[in-house]
Ligand binder design. Structure first.
Ligand SMILES: Cc1cc2nc3c(=O)[nH]c(=O)nc-3n(C[C@H](O)[C@H](O)[C@H](O)COP(=O)(O)O)c2cc1C
Length: 333
C-alpha cells in the first residue's frame, strides 16, 4: 500500500511555507506516496481552554483522549492518524512559531501523548472495552517527519526558537523527526521560488522522508538526514539551558541533561545514553512525565476550604485602564 504523507503549512497562502511543503510533497508523489496538504490558517481551531478533561478521561478510563471541543482540529487529527510521514513548515513570528502553530500544539498536547494513550488503551482492553471506547489504535503507528522553519530576517538568530518549538507538534504522538531545515533571509527573495538552492533542499526533504518511510530497519528509518548534527544527539537542535548550579546544561527540546566542556576552545556537550533515553522525544522520557502527573497531581477537593481561600481573589475585579485622551494611542473608543 502507498505510504501516506501529510504536508502542513502554517504560512500565508501560496507564500514560502506553502510552496516549500508542496514541493517536498510532489517529490514524495514521484516516489509513489499518496499525499494530502493542509494550510493551518484554513482550519478553524480554537485554543485549548485548559480543562484537561482529555487527560483525566484517559487516567480514569472514562475517555479516549480527545478534546471535548469538536472543530477543525478533528480534520487535522484524522489526517495525522492516517499518515505515515509528515512535512511541516512554519513561519517565524517574533523569533518563534506562529500563534496558530502553538494553538494546534496545545490541542495535540497531553491528549495525544502516546504513553497516556497506551496505558488507557491497554487498561481498557484488559477490562474488555470495545475498540470504539478506547484511544485510536492508530496513535501507536511509527511515523517520520521533516520540519522546516522560515524567517524573513537576514540574521539567523531571529529564527532561533522556531525549529526547537516545532518539536512541540511532533513529540506527544511520538513522531520521529528525521530531517530539518532552517530557512532564514526569506525576505531577501520575493518568493522561495527565486532561491533555487532552497528549492533543491526541499526536493531533498521529500527524498529524505521517502527514504525513511521505505527503510527496512528501525535504525535506518530513524537516521538523521539533516545538514548538521547539531548539539543534542536526539533532536539535533542547538538550544541549551544552563542549570541553576551552572554545572550542566539541559537540551530545551528534549529535557535531557548534558555535560558541557571546552575542548581546544570549542564547546562540547555530552549527553549520556541514559539522558538521551530520558528525552521527551523518546518513550522513557514521555513515560516519566505521564507517570509524575498520574502519581503526583492532586485531585479536585484536596484543599477543603479552597472556595473560601479563593473568595478575595474572586472579589478582586478591575477593568482595563480607560483610554488616555492626552496620549496618541490606538484605542478606538
Ligand atoms: C508578526 C510577524 C512577526 C515576524 N517576526 C519575524 C521574526 O522574528 N524573525 C524573522 O526572521 N521573520 C519574522 N517575520 C517574517 C516572516 O517569518 C516571513 O514573512 C515568512 O516568510 C513568513 O512565511 P510565509 O512566507 O510562508 O508566510 C515576521 C512576520 C510577521 C507577520
Amino acid at each position: 500500500m502507498a505510504k501516506k504523507v501529510l504536508g502542513i503549512s502554517f504560512g500565508r497562502k501560496m507564500s514560502n511555507c506553502d510552496i516549500m511543503v508542496k514541493h517536498a510533497l510532489m517529490e514524495c508523489e514521484k516516489a509513489g506516496c499518496e499525499t494530502a496538504f493542509i494550510r493551518a490558517d484554513d482550519l478553524d481551531i480554537t485554543n485549548c481552554n485548559g480543562c484537561i478533561s482529555c487527560v483525566i478521561g484517559m487516567i480514569t478510563g472514562r475517555g479516549r483522549g480527545y478534546c471535548v471541543r469538536h472543530d477543525d482540529f478533528d480534520i487535522l487529527d484524522e489526517c495525522v492518524m492516517q499518515s505515515d510521514g509528515l512535512i511541516l513548515a512554519c513561519p517565524t513570528y517574533e523569533t518563534s512559531v506562529t500563534g496558530r502553530f502553538k494553538t494546534i500544539c496545545d490541542r495535540i498536547g497531553p491528549s495525544h501523548d502516546i504513553t497516556f494513550r497506551k496505558a488507557a488503551y491497554e487498561e481498557g482492553k484488559a477490562a474488555g472495552k470495545p475498540e470504539e471506547k478506547l484511544p485510536d489504535v492508530r496513535s501507536f503507528k511509527k511515523r517520520s517527519a521533516a520540519l522546516i522553519s522560515v524567517g524573513g530576517a537576514m540574521t539567523e538568530n531571529w529564527i532561533a526558537l522556531t525549529l526547537p518549538m516545532m518539536y512541540e507538534f511532533t513529540f506527544p504522538w511520538g513522531i520521529d523527526v528525521i530531517d530539518a531545515v532552517e530557512y532564514y533571509g526569506a525576505m531577501a527573495h520575493e518568493s522561495v521560488l527565486g532561491y533555487p538552492e532552497m528549492m533543491d533542499r526541499m526536493t531533498k526533504v521529500g527524498q529524505n522522508l521517502v527514504s525513511s518511510l521505505n527503510a527496512e530497519t528501525e535504525e535506518e528509518r530513524l537516521k538523521w538526514r539533516g545538514d548538521e548534527e547539531g548539539v543534542c544527539p536526539v533532536c539535533h537542535t542547538r538550544l541549551l539551558q544552563v542549570s541553576h548550579d551552572a554545572k550542566s546544561v539541559d537540551c530545551v527540546v528534549c529535557g535531557s541533561h548534558g555535560e558541557l566542556t571546552l575542548v581546544d576552545g570549542k564547546i562540547r556537550v555530552t549527553f549520556s545514553k541514559e539522558e538521551q533515553d530520558r528525552s521527551r522525544l523518546r518513550w522513557a522520557g514521555k513515560l516519566e512525565h505521564s507517570t509524575e502527573i498520574k502519581t503526583q497531581a492532586q485531585p479536585t477537593g484536596t484543599i477543603k476550604n479552597l472556595k473560601e481561600l479563593k473568595a478575595p481573589y474572586a472579589a478582586f475585579d478591575r477593568p482595563p485602564f480607560e483610554k488616555d485622551p492626552s496620549a496618541n494611542g490606538n484605542l478606538q473608543k
